[in-house]
Structures are given as C-alpha cells and as structure tokens.
Write a protein that binds this ligand. Structure first.
Ligand code: ARG
Length: 469
C-alpha cells in the first residue's frame, strides 16, 4: 500500500488485510476525471483567496491538467495499491510537481471530495441516460410510424379486450419513457448542489470561496449545511429509484414483445440478430435479448435496495459505509445503459406478421363495448345495455355463433334498439375510429400524438454510437 494520507498518527502499519479490505480504488477509479476537475477548481480558489500563493496554485493546476490529459488519453497509471482515487491522484501530483502538491488538500477532506466527484459523475450520466431514453423513444416512434395502419386486439387480464392501433400501444411506451426522463431531470436538480468546502463535516476557518468553485464546476447552488453535505446520499437513491422505475417499464415492454413473438400470438418477428438458439432443440429461436432486458430489472432493484439498506440508521455524518454506495450505483448505470442500447437497436428490427394479426380481429367479442355504446347512444341505460350485450355474448358462445350471424329478428329479441345497423360497427376500423376522446385510439387522435412526439423528439439530434447504428 502506498504511503497513507493519514499515516503519521499511527503507531504501526495497518495490516495488509485491512489495506485490501478498505481500498476502493478498484471501483472509484472511474471517478478519476471528476476528482481532477474538482481539484483544479479547488486549487484555483485556494490561489484566488490567498490561502496558498498564486504561484503554488498555478503549479498545482498545471500538474493536475497534465494528469487530466493522461486520464483522457487512457494513460493515467492507476495504482492498485492506493487506498482510493483521491490518494492515487494526490500521489501522482506529488510525483509530478513535488511537495507543493500537498497544499491542494488545504480546506478539503475526502468526505466532501467524494460527494463532489459522485455528483459530477451522476450529472454526466444523467445526460447520457436522457439521450439513450430519447433514442429509444425515437426507435419506438419509428416502429409506430412504419406500422401506422395496423390494428391490434388489446388485452386486459391477458384476455381479449378491444381493438386499438398498434401505434397507440407504442405511444403508451413513449409516454412512460417520458416520465422516466423527467424523473432523471428532476433528480438532477437536487444533485446540482455543490458540496465542496464542507470539509470533514463542519466547514473551515480558512477564507474559502465556495461560490467560485460552484461556478467553475457548473453547479446551480451550494449545499447549505456542511454536516448534511457529507452525509447525504439521497441523490444516489433518487437516481437508483428512477433507474428502477425505468427498468420496470423496459421489462414490461420486453414482456409484451416476448408474448407477441410466441407461436401462440405470432404478432411479430424479432430479428435473428437479437435472438439465440438452443443447443438441443434445433427448431428454437429464443428471445434471449428481451429476456435479459426483463432480467435487468431485478439487478437494478437490487442495487437500489443495497443503497437504501446501506443508508438506513446510519448516524450523521460521514461513515466509511458510504464507500459502498458506489458499486451498486455504477452497476445500475452500466446495466441500464447496456439495456437501453440494445433495446434501441432491437426495436429498429421488428417485423409484423400482419396476416396473423388481422385474423385475430375476426373475434367479434372485440366489439362488445361498441355495441353497448351504440345502445347508450340510443338512450338505453348503461346497466341495461351491458345486460343486453351480455346475453348476446352468452348465447353466441353457447351456440358457437358470432354477433354478425344474428338475424334482424334475433337482434330485436335482445332489444328493439338493435337492428342490422349494428353490423356496421362489427369492424375493427369502425371500432377504433369511434374512440375519439382525448388520448383515445382513433386514428385522428393517434396521428395527432404521433405528430407531437415526432416534433418533440426531432429537437434532439443525437445518434447512437454502437455497432447497431
Ligand atoms: N473512499 C471513500 C468513499 O468512497 C472516500 C474517502 C473518505 N474516507 C475517509 N476515511 N474519510 O466514501
């Protein structure tokens, strides 16, 4: 283990086991860039506030900038024996510019430093997540637009319900994803409070300028309580909660597609490039990608639980427990980014089995509510109309007949308000056409929504940097 930042007071060396057990370098190394950016702002502030000399400040900033370049070029040497990324960088700076490097840690503790690093990292990752969500929305919208003339049977309780436009179903996903995006943007507001200057927990007697550091690093506000600054991990929990809800949405979308791709449904074909086969059953084409998308929910919820349990009952202020907020945070972000990336690509490659879908629309139970509403329009009460159609359904099921098989005379037996006119509404297009209420599935409403989303999403010129482009 490298020389400790705090070793002087120690009567003897720490055990190697302790060094290994307490080290976080294996995972916090990913914060290197943010640690250096934070340090540059801090060093500049120390110079401006005359806590260190201008010259010392310039020397430190120069050294840090050269470390930053190494990090960006992937050339920075991580010392796996370092206690954490903060000591690793401090040590590298000493090597570069000598003893003056030690002045960098003036009016700062790793307790406020780590919160700053994680907040900066999260702010960047929220940008990435928002971009990926927009790309997924665009991908789903593209699928909806390519298939704007497709009607599907919809389901409640996994039983056939009513006709809807496929595009309407896709727009439901886009709405949910929009709320996810909003949740991240909202979480960002609270992450955007700058903690540096809180030091160990009580602030400092030195004349620091926290406003300057805040502005340098692009934060919106300062944290207002030094104790809270080093103890708070709500911003991690909020992000993980947002990721958990998003993962639930993705799992539901994946599940719909898995069901639709079964032989039993046969609504869609998932492209071969997103399926796998079986080592024993030669006929198989399995939707493993979608299943793994569904599975990431468990992993991400686990990450959220992990941090919630970590925080529960933790006394103020900093405790080393807080080091363990990072593995679940990083895991959830990595898992989600991977999940979104492949889902974006998969959506671009779904094919519809139009004939199989059209065949399902022959099921006239899809129109039972339309007959109820037809009767209501003719002045029948809702209760009566429901009973009338209920009797028709029962008789048809008992006798293996369809609504459209019923003669005028037979219809009249159910209600004098029924006549051959109802045959007109036993049709999928008529059925969707009639759902003109705001947010309903009529082509008119859906086209309006498609247009709104196309405009809204067009404003974001983002492209996905993967092999699936
Ligand atoms: N590695 C620690 C963490 O991730 C930060 C260092 C604070 N350590 C300390 N002994 N105060 O939270």
């Amino acid at each position: 283990m490298a020389k400790k930042m705090w070793g002087t007071r120690f009567a003897k060396k720490t055990s190697l086991l302790t060094d290994k057990f307490t080290s976080s370098i294996a995972f916090d190394k990913r914060l290197a860039k943010y640690d250096v950016l934070g340090s540059i702002a801090h060093a500049k502030m120390l110079g401006r506030s005359r806590i260190i000399s201008k010259k010392e400040s310039q020397l430190i900033v120069k050294g840090l900038k050269s470390i930053l370049r190494e990090i960006e070029d992937n050339k920075f040497r991580i010392n796996h024996k370092a206690e954490d990324i903060h000591s690793n960088i401090q040590e590298a700076l000493v090597k570069k510019i000598g003893e003056v490097a030690h002045k960098l840690h003036t009016a700062r503790s790793r307790n406020d430093q780590i919160v700053l690093d994680v907040k900066m990292y999260i702010k960047d990752e929220i940008k990435n997540l928002v971009k990926l969500i927009i790309l997924l929305q665009k991908s789903v919208l593209g699928f909806a637009k390519r298939n704007a003339n497709i009607i599907l049977p919809s389901y409640t309780h996994m039983q056939v319900a009513q006709c809807i436009l496929l595009a309407h179903h896709m727009l439901a996903y886009i709405e949910a994803l929009e709320r996810d995006k909003d949740r991240f943007k909202d979480a960002k507001k609270r992450t955007n409070h700058m903690p540096l200057g809180s030091c160990a927990l009580s602030g400092t007697s030195l004349p620091i300028d926290r406003e300057f550091v805040k502005d340098e690093l692009g934060f919106a506000k300062l944290t207002n309580n030094s104790l809270d600054s080093v103890s708070d991990r709500d911003f991690i929990i909020e992000l993980l909660s947002g990721l958990s809800i998003l993962s639930v949405h993705l799992s539901r979308m994946a599940e719909d597609l898995i069901l639709w791709s079964t032989k039993e449904f046969n609504f869609i074909d998932i492209d071969f490039s997103f399926c796998t086969g079986s080592s024993i059953m030669p006929h198989k084409k399995n939707p493993d990608v979608l299943e793994l998308i569904r599975a990431s929910t468990g992993r991400i919820q686990g990450d959220l639980s992990s941090v919630l349990i970590l925080m529960k009952g933790l006394p103020l202020s900093y405790n080393r427990d807080l080091q363990m907020d990072k593995p679940p945070l990083f895991d959830a972000i990595d898992t989600m980014k991977g999940t979104l990336e492949i889902f974006i690509a998969l959506f671009r490659n779904i094919k519809l089995n139009e004939e199989a879908i059209a065949n399902r629309l022959m099921d006239e139970s899809l129109f039972s509510v339309d007959i109820v509403e037809h009767l209501i329009a003719k002045g029948v009460s809702y209760r009566q109309a429901h009973d009338i159609v209920g009797r028709m359904v029962k008789d048809c099921l008992d006798k293996g007949r369809k609504f459209s098989d019923l003669s005028e005379q037979e219809l009249k037996k159910y209600s004098d308000k029924l006549g051959p006119g109802i045959k007109r509404i036993l049709n999928a297009w008529t059925s969707v056409n009639m759902k003109r209420s705001h947010g309903g599935t009529s082509p008119l409403q859906v086209a309006k929504q498609l247009k709104n989303w196309a405009q809204k999403l067009k404003k974001n010129h983002i492209s996905l940097n993967t092999e699936f482009k």
